[in-house]
Ligand binder design. Structure first.
Ligand SMILES: Nc1nc2c(ncn2[C@@H]2O[C@H](COP(=O)(O)OP(=O)(O)O[C@H]3O[C@H](CO)[C@@H](O)[C@H](O)[C@@H]3O)[C@@H](O)[C@H]2O)c(=O)[nH]1
Length: 319
């Protein structure tokens, strides 16, 4: 079995690469761009094959797909940070939609019989009313950021290519996920890094924050990548599945959990730059459909994830 991971150098991609290798039944291929940093996958390099590919360029994607002829494609590469999408909406739309179309078209062109998982997002649900939680796949999509709109487009393109051409596409709408290697702009990692810096004495005891009232449903990335595998192994092509823990906490509660693993005393300061033109107030997922189909459930406790993330930053800053 050949599995191709787009965005293997990124957060979820590197964990998925690790998981697939640990299974021992898959040859792992990954796409990267020339400017991609390799630090997350250095330890994987002897065991995987990399293809340099600009997903926005159809020629580059055609070459990669023609050469690898994968059995599974995990399409994780994306512009995934919501605030970036306010600053560069066209880049976000182009990156996230054009890359995916090029993959679908290459699979069609070379008649590759493969299953494709596409990384959609709970952000697509956007404006959710309290009585609509926990959110099922049937909830309306009311996106509140350019990023969310790009994910709705990816989601519906997956739907459309399945129905128009029979491509075996499985859409996963993943709720927030975190853990070691999470990029430092995302809230869990950002706060963990700030705490680790305060512990080291390289930063005053002040944590900069944005909207602490928002509620998010966090799953450990190491559980999420197992869900991606389960989606292709057992999920039905054409379907969409939520991937979530089924529990939500406020961002403030998440910060308190991180702080419970540290001795530091801190003050909070709202940084207006961290507030968004519109924020999604609550994302709490119902993943019954996915659990019933695949048997997947997350096993890593939220507290463990937070402690591992803090330890990750402590180690990063020591080196
Ligand atoms: N980044 C950030 N967010 C903050 C901060 N303070 C509060 N927040 C709030 O924390 C929440 C989570 O922010 P992020 O970690 O940036 O993630 P996100 O916007 O929820 O998006 C993530 O989850 C999606 C799935 O729901 C993913 O699709 C997306 O790629 C990303 O991983 C948001 O409500 C945000 O306003 C801060 O200092 N930094």
């Amino acid at each position: 079995m050949k599995a191709l991971i787009t965005g293997i150098t990124g957060f979820a991609g590197s964990h998925l690469g690790e998981y697939l290798l640990s299974r021992g039944d898959t040859e792992v291929y990954g796409s990267y761009r020339l400017r991609s940093r390799m630090d997350h996958i250095e330890h994987l390099l002897p065991h995987i094959r990399l293809a340099e590919c600009e997903l926005k360029d159809p020629h580059s994607v055609n070459e990669m797909i023609r050469e690898i002829r994968p059995d599974f494609i995990f399409h994780l590469a994306a512009q995934s940070f919501v605030p970036t999408s306010w600053n560069s909406p066209t880049d976000t739309m182009t990156n996230n939609t054009v890359g995916q179309i090029n993959i679908f078209e290459a699979v069609r062109k070379f008649d590759i019989d493969c299953k494709i998982q596409i990384a959609c997002s709970s952000e697509e649900y956007g404006m959710v009313y309290p009585e609509e939680t926990p959110i099922k796949e049937t909830n309306p999509l009311r996106p509140l950021s350019p990023y969310a709109v790009s994910k709705v487009a990816q989601d519906y393109l997956g739907y459309q290519y399945y129905h128009s051409y029979g491509l075996k596409i499985i859409r996963t709408r993943t709720f927030n996920h975190t853990g070691p290697r999470r990029g430092e702009s995302f809230v869990t990692s950002n706060f963990a890094k700030q705490i680790a810096q305060i512990e080291l004495g390289t930063k005053p005891s002040m944590i900069y924050v944005g909207n602490l009232q928002a509620k998010r449903d966090f799953t450990d990335v190491r559980d999420v990548v197992k869900a991606y595998w389960a989606a292709l192994e057992k999920g039905d092509p054409g379907e969409v599945y939520n991937i979530s823990s089924g529990e939500a906490c406020t961002i403030h509660e998440m910060l308190q959990t991180l702080l419970s693993f540290s001795e530091v005393k801190i003050e909070l300061k709202v940084d207006p730059e961290r507030l968004r033109p519109s924020d999604v107030e609550i994302l709490l997922g119902d993943c019954t459909k996915f659990r019933d189909k695949t048997g997947w459930k997350p096993v890593i406790a939220f507290e463990q994830t937070m402690e591992d993330l803090l330890n990750y930053w402590r180690e990063q800053l020591r080196n």
